[in-house]
Design a protein around this ligand. Structure first.
Ligand code: CAA
Length: 257
């Protein structure tokens, strides 16, 4: 299925959303955000889909918010429309989202990658939050998520200067989970997605919720949430199956129940 600003496809239990504004290096305009959010919701609600991959082109994951679209907005415009509110929608998606990043992931592009559950990057990936060079600050979560990802000193240096980070630095800092040759990016992202998709989906959803609690809750509350979550999983047939299969030295057959 093809829309104007994104392309969606499914491969087995994996839903792929490819950003598709090649002439503008996938700059994120209002229409793209609306279409991407709708596609995320469709995959999230589709019982045949277990994992979502968000990808761009070989040259750009996304070069940030669309500067042409936002340049003439006034303070009244952005407050009235609550500009960027719909950029948070991705955090409501229950299924795992893998960002497959090649080329530029700048500004909002980097922020969306950080909002995904993990990032697999091609060797040509470049990351930056260059908003200060445009007279704004990161507004799609960058000031919060980059600090959580790399700590204050590095995040501050990147955000205050707007400088570019190459993929080696990104991997060293743990911003990306792994780096692969550009031509292997989608294969590697698919391999990770298929590994997750083969597991028990209620368990995967619980793991995603628990990890995200680490970002949203104080440690004590996060640990209590984790404990309640693992207790609840003992109600699943898949917990019985997973452990029985281990003891019986066979492969588990999960039924998502
Ligand atoms: N918005 C709108 N158009 C963009 C764009 C953006 N963020 N980034 C690139 N484009 C467009 C260019 O205007 C150009 O269009 P034309 O051919 O019609 O002129 C086309 O994409 C190709 O770009 P370049 O010619 O600039 O390509 P390049 O290879 O020379 O440079 C680049 C690539 C370094 C990524 C450069 O395009 C660039 O610096 N882009 C802007 C990056 C940026 O500042 N992003 C932050 C946006 S603000 C933000 O994201 C706010 C937020 O937090 C929510």
């Amino acid at each position: 299925m093809s829309e104007e600003t994104i392309i969606t496809e499914t491969r087995g239990k994996v839903g792929i959303i490819t950003l598709n504004r090649p002439k503008a290096l996938n700059a994120l305009n209002g229409r793209l955000i609306t279409e991407m959010n709708a596609a995320l919701d469709r995959f999230d609600g589709d019982p045949g889909i277990a994992v979502i991959i968000l990808a761009g082109s070989d040259k750009a994951f996304a070069a940030g918010a669309d500067i042409r679209e936002m340049k003439d907005k006034t303070f009244a415009d952005v407050t009235e429309e609550d500009f960027l509110r719909d950029w948070d929608h991705i955090t409501t998606i229950r299924k795992p989202i893998i960002a497959a990043v090649a080329g530029y992931a700048l500004g909002g592009g980097f922020e969306f990658a950080l909002a995904c559950d993990t990032i697999i990057a091609a060797g040509n990936a470049k990351f930056a939050l260059p908003e200060v060079t445009l007279g704004i600050i990161p507004g799609g979560g960058g000031t919060q998520r980059l600090v959580q990802a790399v700590g204050k000193a590095k995040a501050m240096e990147m955000i205050l200067t707007g400088r570019m980070m190459d993929v080696e630095e990104a991997e060293r800092l743990g911003v990306v989970a792994r780096v692969v040759p550009p031509e292997k990016l989608m294969d590697e992202a698919m391999a990770v997605a298929e590994k997750i998709a083969a597991l028990s989906q209620p368990v995967i959803a619980s793991a995603k919720r628990a990890v995200n609690a680490a970002f949203n809750l104080p440690l004590g509350e996060g640990l209590a949430f984790e404990r309640k979550s693992i207790h609840a999983l003992f109600a699943l047939a898949d917990q019985k199956e997973g452990m029985a299969a281990f003891v019986e030295k066979r492969k588990p057959v999960f039924r998502d129940r």
